[in-house]
Write a protein that binds this ligand. Structure first.
Ligand code: NDP
Ligand code: GUE
Length: 300
């Protein structure tokens, strides 16, 4: 089987280009610059990398980027006060609080304190409810990026069997909602699923969002299926030198690529699309806030 590599890096660059064009038009026609605020609590090195990448790409798309870095022992009240300030700031159209938060914080309380119109992660209960009932919402970036790649590859997803492995609020559940919205027959698998290999074998579309390095082998994949690998796992890479690591997905890429019709790599697949969709959501939020037409092709 000749598999098609779905190039998320190139796709994301295209999306960011479209966002940049529409940001320039917004600026020229209306004098408005979309603004994104990213809040990071604590010093998790991986989170710092993501936050830096987000800030850089936000600026490259012509938008305003603000980063707030708080100590790991910041009180929840102080974080909520910052969120309230950002909610009230008219130059900020998108707010992202990087997850996970330190253990002493109530993640749901913080997320639900964000103005839903500025919730570019799409994690606020209002947005979750709107998505679940098929109404206009802010759509979570990672699943939105996956959906864009799937639509691009398949055209219509109608009637396809989709299996999502993972049921988290940030990836698995919203992914399942989006696939249902595009008329897939959706199965959501998780750690209690009986006979996961058999469940995965019936899928035309597999979305793996588990957080376990290379757990899905090629012999679970139906020949010709499309495989979207959300996982980001760092594993030792002694071949690169002592103490070195490399990134791998939740799918065993080498064996899955032998049978899949199309597959996303890690890195260079879902990850860059997540950031591109964050920029798209910020633009969308800015247009909505100003009663302007929404950007085309950048929403679900
Ligand atoms: N590329 C990107 O932009 C992003 C990548 N990620 C990556 O995606 C992965 C998943 O993230 P996230 O959804 O936050 O993770 P969570 O840990 O929140 O959820 C993992 C899910 O996988 C399920 N699971 C765990 N073990 C198994 C198993 N053996 N068989 C089947 N299902 C299992 C869990 O089931 P149960 O509910 O029963 O415990 C849970 O539903 C991670 O690698 C993360 O780094 C995340 C966000 C963005
Ligand atoms: N509120 C919130 N929203 C998020 O969207 C969110 C979050 N918290 N917490 C953490 C996860 C993870 N996440 C990634 C984003 C980009 C890459 C990405 O760009 N990955 C590159 C590689 C980056 C590298 O080299 O480390 C790639 O896959 O090619 C990965 C992971 C967003 N998340």
């Amino acid at each position: 089987m000749m598999t098609k590599l779905i190039d998320g890096k190139a796709f994301a660059a295209k999306v960011r280009g479209q966002v940049g064009e529409q940001v320039a038009r917004l600026q020229a026609d209306h004098g408005i610059t979309p603004g994104l605020a990213v809040v990071l609590v604590g010093e998790d090195p991986a989170s710092q990398v993501y936050v830096r990448n987000k800030g850089k790409q936000t600026v490259e798309a012509g938008m305003k980027s603000v980063e707030h870095k708080l100590d790991a022992d910041t009180s929840q009240a102080d974080l909520l006060a910052l969120v309230a300030t950002l909610n009230a700031d008219p130059s900020i159209h998108g707010i992202l609080v990087q997850l996970p938060l330190p253990d002493h914080m109530d993640e749901a309380a913080v997320i639900n304190a964000i103005d839903p119109a500025k919730d570019v992660d799409g994690f606020h209960i209002s947005n979750v409810g709107l998505l679940g009932t098929g109404q206009k919402s802010m759509v979570p970036c990672t699943p939105l990026g996956c959906l864009m790649m799937l639509r691009d590859h398949h055209g219509s997803l109608s009637g396809l069997e989709a299996v999502v492995i993972g049921r988290s609020n940030i990836v698995g559940k919203p992914m399942a909602q989006l696939l249902l919205g595009d008329s897939c027959t959706v199965t959501v698998a998780h750690s209690r699923t009986r006979d996961l290999p058999d469940v995965v074998r019936r899928a035309d579309i597999v979305v793996a969002a588990v957080g376990r390095a290379q757990m899905v082998p090629g012999d679970w994949i139906k020949p010709g299926a499309t495989v979207i690998d959300v996982g980001i796992n760092r594993i030792p890479a002694p071949e690169k030198g002592e103490g070195k690591t490399r990134l791998v997905g939740d799918v065993d890429f080498a064996s899955a690529a032998e049978v899949a019709g199309a597959i996303t790599p890690v890195p260079g697949g879902v990850g860059p699309m997540t950031i591109a969709c964050l920029l798209a959501n910020t633009l969308t939020a800015c247009c909505r806030a100003n009663n302007l037409p929404e950007p085309e092709g950048l929403t679900a």
